[in-house]
Design a protein around this ligand. Structure first.
Ligand SMILES: Cc1cc2nc3c(=O)[nH]c(=O)nc-3n(C[C@H](O)[C@H](O)[C@H](O)COP(=O)(O)O)c2cc1C
Length: 361
């Protein structure tokens, strides 16, 4: 039955297929139809691998990357499949349609995708309504963006609106300053713009911390297209501003290893297998720069347990997947976590983090 559903979904246009997947997941999590057991089986019955990062306990270090459930419609179903955490969004303050279709392309031979979705979002109000209905189990992050028609100089207002709205519902928030599909967004990674954005966010968080009696961790998501010195610069600024983690990376505007393939010339961000070397190098540079001062969440081209292990060894504390799941289905969650668990069980360590620390030496 599941194989048939997968075949039908794969035969559809990529965006229609994605929409249908979210609908199915949201139906499956509906209390009347409760399919949690089935979803967990589809996810490969992933084992627990408790991991402490940012003062939070993650059931496992494998998360779902932002962009899959932009509007928080399928949180319980995704959690039931066995992710250690789910990053929802990107959500923008006001609803917006995103770029014209088609805007999502499969590069089959490369196990990659190019997207130029452009922050299609139902907006914060609808997002909150969706999120309030979920069970509040596991770790849920919310990835925040700015509206297309908000000038980049006023981006702080949009991020603050997002932060305020999700403050009591999220376990951590992410500032997305690295999508290639929103004009000038990536300019927020440049030194002065980044400093003023993060200082502003830090001040707003201080106020929210007082009124909510809780400090919400904030991560900053960066691009894989920064050079060595820009990565170092961003890392230092994120530390100085008191933010809590860096997510590396978003999709790339480069076209490594895909030249000549159908759709390789489409404008947008490339994700999947060809992104891995760039994302991994970014994680390595961050790890050398940060030297343990901040945790790193590694993402980009992870499609196997070996890939996940490489990111952990390179300096990531947690990892995320997106495109790999499009190609391999949710069974990839179990494949990765079972293999990581096996490595822990066969070692002298009780926790994955200790095994990783030893492997990094
Ligand atoms: C269709 C699609 C939509 C995405 N949308 C977002 C988004 O809204 N916000 C974001 O921060 N990243 C977004 N991403 C990037 C992913 O979160 C991830 O960083 C990137 O795809 C690299 O991981 P992967 O190779 O495992 O897919 C999107 C990726 C894809 C493929």
């Amino acid at each position: 039955m599941y194989r048939l559903v997968k075949k039908i979904l794969w035969s559809l246009d990529p965006e229609k297929s994605h929409r249908a997947t979210i609908r199915l997941l949201s139906l499956a999590q509906n209390r009347a139809v409760n399919c949690c057991g089935l979803l967990n089986r589809i996810g490969g019955r992933p084992p627990l691998l408790p991991t402490q990062v940012m003062g939070l306990t993650f059931p496992s270090p494998l998360g779902l990357a932002a962009g899959f459930d932009k509007n928080g419609e399928a949180v319980d179903a995704l959690q039931a499949m066995g992710f250690g955490f789910i990053e929802l969004g990107t959500v923008t303050p006001c609803p917006q349609p995103g770029n014209p279709k088609p805007r999502l392309f499969r590069l089959l031979e490369a196990r990659a995708v190019i997207n130029r979705m452009g922050f299609n979002s139902l907006g914060l109000d609808q997002f909150l309504t969706n999120l309030k209905g979920h069970k509040r189990e596991g770790v849920v992050a919310v990835n925040l963006g700015k509206n297309t028609d908000t000038p980049v100089e006023e981006a702080l207002d949009d991020y603050c609106q997002g932060l305020e709205a999700v403050y009591s519902l999220a376990d951590f928030a992410t500032l997305n300053i690295s999508s290639p599909n929103t004009l000038n967004l990536r300019a927020l990674q440049e030194h002065d713009a980044l400093k003023s954005l993060l200082d502003g966010i830090g001040k707003r968080r201080d106020q929210l911390q007082e009124s909510h009696n809780r400090r919400l961790p904030i991560a900053v998501k960066i691009a894989p297209d920064l050079d060595h010195s820009a990565i170092r610069d961003v890392a230092e600024e994120v530390v100085a501003s008191g933010m809590d983690a860096i997510i590396a990376t978003n999709t790339t505007v480069a076209r490594p290893q895909v030249e000549g393939l159908p759709h390789a010339g489409e404008t947008g961000g490339l994700s999947g297998k060809p992104l891995k070397p760039l994302a991994l190098q970014t994680v390595r540079t961050l790890y050398q720069t940060l030297d343990g001062r901040l945790p790193i969440i590694g993402v980009g081209g992870i499609q196997s347990a070996d890939d996940a292990w490489e990111f952990l060894k390179a300096g990531a504390d947690l990892v995320q997947i997106y495109t790999g799941m499009l190609y391999q289905g949710p069974g990839l969650i179990g494949t990765i976590t079972h293999e990581l668990k096996r490595r822990v069980v066969e070692s002298d360590h009780d926790f994955l983090a200790d095994l990783v620390a030893e492997a990094r030496k």
